[in-house]
Design a protein around this ligand. Sequence first.
Ligand SMILES: Nc1ncnc2c1ncn2[C@@H]1O[C@H](COP(=O)(O)OP(=O)(O)OP(=O)(O)O)[C@@H](O)[C@H]1O
Length: 245
Amino acid sequence: MSDEEDEKPRHFHEMELDDRILKAIAKLGWLQPTMIQEKAIPLLLEGKDVLVRARTGSGKTAAFAIPVIQRILCSKKLATEQAIKALILAPSKELCHQICGVVKDLTYKCSREVRCIDIAPQVDLSVQKPLLVEKPDIVVGTPARTLQHLKAGNLNLKKSLEMVVVDEADLVFSFGYEDEIKELMGYMPKIYQAILASATLSNDVKNLKSLILHNPVTLKLEEPDLAPASSKQNLYCSCFGLVCK
Ligand SMILES: Nc1ncnc2c1ncn2[C@@H]1O[C@H](COP(=O)(O)OP(=O)(O)OP(=O)(O)O)[C@@H](O)[C@H]1O
């Protein structure tokens, strides 16, 4: 392939994605992948561990959500029983809610096949237990909340989990979740695909990287924001109190 061809922007329909995902992307009005999506999606579909480092608003959420959904749809073709396949960890309730929203948007054409639940809300564990008993394909939660359910025996990831995502990895340790993450590792299967998404490469992210990822590919991309500055600032204000960037 020539350099020129190599640099040609890819399109979502060239990524061998399930038709139902492509329809959802079209409904969202996304004409082509962002730079980070273009690089990350094929690597993640190959099953590689990836550290996705890109600025906020670059489309990191869909960069990991699309391959997670694609892999689940593929495994459903062969699977005989329902199982939790992906765990997405994020440092705040608001972010978990936002991630679950993106997954729901991307699965609107296959919402029966790919079910996602957000366990971050601080309701009594017994309220969420029945949802986990049904083994949703994707569980989204903060490290602390996820650990509570694991300890209570409401979640069992050892047998079925295939993918672990840590979003906003640069904030996970600074939000005080280091101990929980370390403890969570004891509940993971031996083999799984891991993804870290982060805006920066702090020492905390390096620590997380060595804890969670195996021979990862590191993607570092700078590209213009997609989200307008004002909405981005609002997002950060609502998610992280005073952490405005
Ligand atoms: N391929 C695309 N084309 C157009 N818009 C997109 C595309 N991918 C994502 N977006 C939109 O861009 C915005 C930013 O995406 P997203 O929140 O995933 O970025 P992010 O890098 O995860 O940011 P953050 O670090 O704040 O979580 C969202 O409004 C999302 O809907």
